[in-house]
Design a protein around this ligand. Structure first.
Ligand code: G1P
Length: 295
């Protein structure tokens, strides 16, 4: 069985990033040269995903435009003798098919994933949140490693985790491991945004999941939870409670997760990516050194 389809939820309103996200999706915010969601698509392509199903919403049409081939732009670059800039559009031709469906009501991440059920049907699938980048150059193969573990363990739920400081456990789904925690470990449960001090570990859900289609049965029954939303974490908990097999994978060093869901981590991500830019990074580094000396 080879899994080549990923669901990418991008329907959230992005209230933590207002006013920047009032009329544009947070997934289209630039990090260095590219919008966040382009890194996500490139990372998934690198792990063998060939079909992306975006769960979108109102205000999100620029995501669809971004992945279309823009013949007008191509002609314009050719006619004005700037063919060398066409390389910037290579991602348009990557080996990937794009599909879109709308989450028509803002009922949370669990509900967004459930919107994929009629199209995914009875097959396992990947979920990659459209507001998180893994590693600097979209070269992480975390999803490929998760798919290997999914098949090896005949799992129902596989989740990527990243260790976070205690002050951050309230922002994420947190792993409750069963037994010792290595690079790959067994998952007893996941708890959505626990109160600080009550977290079962410091391992935070890092925006990449693999599910067997069983998750849909549980999502259909999941009641509203934290934030009055239908939580994917709650459905995962129920799958595991009912005897489903759960596996956690830890991100490796060099696979840092950049969460473009709040300004502090967005600013950090932008700075790191800009500093790593081939052409502009060195100039920016000199400028920042100068700037910091003055303050
Ligand atoms: C969602 C999930 C949470 C996960 C996080 C990862 O939260 O509910 O479990 O850790 O994404 O980015 P949100 O960021 O939508 O509040």
């Amino acid at each position: 069985m080879s899994i080549d389809i990923a669901v990418v939820p991008v329907a959230g309103i992005g209230t933590r990033l207002l006013p920047a996200t009032k009329s544009q999706p947070k997934e289209m915010l630039p990090v260095g040269r590219k919008p966040v969601v382009q890194y996500v698509a490139e990372e998934l392509a690198h792990s063998g995903i060939r079909r992306l199903l975006f769960i979108t919403g109102a205000r999100k049409t620029t995501i669809e435009n971004h992945f279309d081939e823009d013949s007008e732009l191509i002609t314009h670059l050719r006619d004005s003798g700037r063919e060398h800039e066409l390389a910037e559009l290579d991602f348009e031709r990557q080996d990937m098919q794009y599909f879109y469906t709308r989450q028509r009501r803002q009922l949370g991440l669990g509900h967004a994933v459930l919107c994929a059920a009629p199209l995914i049907g009875d097959q396992p699938f990947v979920v990659a949140l459209g507001d998180s980048i893994i590693g600097m150059h979209a070269q992480s193969d975390i999803v490929g490693r998760m798919l290997d573990e999914f098949e090896k363990a005949r799992a129902d739920v596989v989740v990527a985790f990243e260790e976070v400081p205690e002050s951050d456990v309230e922002k994420y789904g947190i792993a409750k491991p069963r037994g010792p925690v290595g690079d790959v470990f067994e998952l007893e449960s996941v708890v959505e945004k626990p109160v600080r001090g009550e977290q079962p570990s410091n391992l935070a859900v890092a925006a990449r999941y693999v599910f067997s289609p069983k998750i849909f049965d549980f999502l259909r029954q999941t009641k509203r939870g934290k934030g009055n939303e239908i939580q994917l974490t709650d459905a995962m908990h129920e799958v595991l409670q009912a005897g489903g097999k759960g596996i956690g994978l830890r991100l490796k060093s060099g696979e840092q997760r950049f969460d473009i869901g709040n300004y502090q981590s967005y600013f950090r991500a932008f700075t790191e990516f800009a500093l790593a830019d081939d052409k502009e990074g060195d100039g920016l580094r000199d400028y920042l050194k100068e700037l910091l000396r003055e303050t």
